[in-house]
Structures are given as structure tokens and as C-alpha cells.
Design a protein around this ligand. Structure first.
Ligand SMILES: C[S@@+](CC[C@H](N)C(=O)[O-])C[C@H]1O[C@@H](n2cnc3c(N)ncnc32)[C@H](O)[C@@H]1O
Length: 261
């Protein structure tokens, strides 16, 4: 982190860092006060180093990939799962920002949050302007700041009840929470815990949410196909809703179904 960067406040209540040349940039802030214990989550000593390397060199130079990066079809498919109007979206674990840049092009106001500064710097190069370095376990945003919170391909690193409770706090009532994570056919980074549907559902229930919809998907570069939860499925998609929400209000009109670049 560059010490010469300066802070400014976002509308969602987080501080972001302005780059030396001015304009929007990468932010960092924690809601925890000094000395306060971090919430528990799966530990990975090498996680920061791992994402520093990927942030510095790019996914293409690593042995890893994400579907959000690799598949324009997935970016378009996920955008189509969101309501038609302009939304304030928080993307938790936004990484290098491919999906978030697509959502911004669809007209949404997107804030990307990630633990890794090098990943956020990559996202900034994609033209994203609202980027915050922070931890999903203690989101640096005011309550009800967002219409939608998304967790694209990151929940395997998180303590789910804490991360979802934080998402609920920053989500407006009846806001939308979307999750994608890896399904059976994908070999995982060793630090990434495979989060199954049952585990996700149980964690959602601890903070007053329920599984409103889920799909197992075969995600390819140019196609997204719903499949059975077997060896073919590479991605699990989950939409959560408040447990009390009336099912009749679900399923809004879609927009922005086109694929990203
Ligand atoms: C597999 S990558 C996915 C990146 C991006 N969402 C995508 O789909 O391409 C997981 C991301 O989660 C971030 N991450 C891991 N633990 C986190 C945490 N506790 N809070 C915020 N971000 C975290 C990592 O830094 C990494 O950028």
C-alpha cells in the first residue's frame, strides 16, 4: 500500500484511497477497533501471498483461473440474474474485477472489495473506480448501503455465517444476495474449502436468509448450461432471500443479458 495515497469517503460509508494522480482508487479500512479479535475463518497462511502473485502477474501467468475471468458467458448470465433497474452492488472478493466491470457496463454502481491490494490494482486497470481493500468478515460499509451483494467464487475462503451476517447488515431489506462457488468437476486451490449447498443453506439460515434458488452449471467460455449436480457441474449458483420474503415478489424482469468482452 502506497503511503502517499490519501483517504476519501464513499457514499456507502467506507474510506477509499485516492491514487497519487487523483481520482478513484483502492481503499482500505476495517470496522474493528484496535486490539479487537478477528472473526474466525479458515486460515491460510499463504493466501495473501498467493493473491499477491496472481495480482502482480495476472491469472494467465498462473496455473489457476476463475470462471468469472474466463467466461464472458458467465458474466452475462450473472448480470441477467439481477433486477433490471440500476443497483448499488457490493462484490465481495472481487479479485481482478472482470465480472464487476461487466456489471458496471450494465449500468450498475459497483463497489469491489477484496483482501488483496494487487488484485484490486488489477481491477482498477479495468476501469473500476470504487474499490476497497477489506475483509468480508467485517465489511467497512454502513448498514443497508447496497441493493445487492455478490460473492463470486470466494466463499470457500470465508467463515460463511460471519460473511453472510455482514452481507445482510449492508444489504437493504429485500436486497439480493448472489453466490457462485465451485462444484464437483473443478480442482480447487488447496486453501479453498468446497462449500456445498447444505453448508451454504445452513450458514444463510443463521442470519435470517434462505436459499431462494440454486443451479448447478456447466460453465464454459461461451455457454452456461444448467446441469445435474454431478461430475459435469463446475459451478454452483445460489440466490438467497430473506427468510420472511414473500415468494410472489421474486423473479423480476431481466436486463443486460449480453456477454461481456
Ligand atoms: C478465487 S478468487 C475470485 C476472484 C473474483 N471474484 C473472480 O471470480 O474472478 C477469490 C478472491 O477472494 C479474495 N478473498 C479471499 N478471502 C477474502 C476475504 N476474507 N475478504 C475479502 N476478499 C477475500 C481473494 O483475495 C481473491 O481475490
Amino acid at each position: 500500500m502506497d503511503e502517499r495515497m490519501s483517504y476519501r469517503k464513499t457514499s456507502a460509508g467506507a474510506k477509499m484511497l485516492n491514487g497519487r494522480r487523483g481520482g478513484d482508487g483502492i481503499g482500505r479500512m476495517s470496522r474493528r477497533s484496535k486490539g479487537e479479535e478477528r472473526p474466525k475463518r479458515p486460515k491460510s497462511a499463504g493466501l495473501a501471498r498467493f493473491y499477491s502473485r496472481i495480482g502482480a502477474r495476472g491469472w494467465q501467468s498462473s496455473n489457476y483461473f476463475t470462471f468469472s475471468v474466463r467466461s464472458p458467458a458467465l458474466r452475462g448470465w450473472l448480470a441477467a440474474q439481477l433486477p433490471a433497474r440500476r443497483l448499488r452492488i457490493l462484490s465481495v472478493g472481487c479479485g481482478s474485477g472482470e465480472l464487476e466491470a461487466h456489471l458496471a457496463r450494465c449500468g450498475h454502481a459497483v463497489v469491489g472489495l477484496d483482501l488483496s491490494t494487487p488484485m484490486l490494482k488489477r481491477a482498477r486497470k479495468r476501469g473500476l473506480t470504487a474499490l476497497v481493500q477489506g475483509d468480508s468478515q467485517a465489511l467497512p460499509f454502513r448498514a443497508q448501503a447496497f441493493d445487492a451483494v455478490i460473492f463470486p467464487e470466494c466463499v470457500g475462503y470465508l467463515h460463511l455465517p460471519t460473511a453472510f451476517a455482514e452481507a445482510v447488515r449492508v444489504l437493504r431489506p429485500r436486497g439480493r444476495l448472489l453466490i457462485t462457488t465451485y462444484a464437483g468437476a473443478v480442482k480447487l486451490h488447496t486453501a479453498y474449502a468446497r462449500a456445498g449447498l447444505d453448508e451454504i443453506g445452513a450458514a444463510l439460515a443463521t442470519c435470517g436468509l434462505r436459499l431462494a434458488e440454486h443451479r448447478f452449471l456447466a460453465a464454459k467460455r461461451s455457454s452456461i448450461t444448467p446441469v445435474a449436480p454431478d461430475a459435469e457441474a463446475t459451478l454452483l449458483y445460489v440466490r438467497a432471500a430473506h427468510a420472511s420474503r414473500n415468494a410472489r415478489t421474486e423473479g423480476r424482469a431481466r436486463r443486460c443479458t449480453s456477454s461481456g468482452p
